[in-house]
Design a protein around this ligand. Structure first.
Ligand code: AMP
Length: 125
């Protein structure tokens, strides 16, 4: 079910549980600000999720309320994860679904990194 990105943060969401270690995930990268792990249902040969460590529902919430250090740390982490995975030369796509029309399913901000094949047009038609 898509989530309403204007709702308050829910500490029981699946990515909050991954951050707390209550649900397993392969931790590809982790620092003070971010955690990266593979998407459980990959949509491309490489499909990585990067999430901030803070309690932010969506890109909207994060961009409005996160500190400059959190924003800088998170953006740099997304770039590093893609770079370290060797994705810069072949190319990759970032996606951050926000709210119901985008079909956001998990109410903790996550950036998808898609790569590993020609990804085609931006949106399904
Ligand atoms: P979105 O529709 O942008 O909210 O994407 C949510 C993504 O989270 C989907 O691509 C799911 O496959 C992924 N996902 C859900 N649960 C897990 C999990 N436990 N570990 C890794 N990825 C997950």
């Amino acid at each position: 079910m898509p989530v309403d990105a204007t709702l308050p943060y829910d500490d029981q969401n699946v990515f909050a549980k991954i951050l707390r270690g209550e649900i397993p995930a392969t931790r590809l990268y982790e620092d003070e600000y971010a955690l990266a792990f593979p998407d459980i249902n990959p949509q491309s040969p490489t499909h990585i999720l990067v999430i901030p460590k803070g309690r932010y529902v969506s890109w909207d919430d994060f961009s409005a309320k996160a500190s400059d250090a959190e924003i800088t740390g998170f953006v740099r982490a997304v770039g590093k994860v893609a770079r370290d995975a060797g994705l810069v030369a072949p190319g990759y796509r970032l996606l951050a679904n926000t709210g119901t029309d985008s079909h956001q399913e998990v109410p903790h901000l996550h950036v998808h990194i898609f790569a590993g094949r020609a990804l085609g047009p931006l949106l399904a038609r």
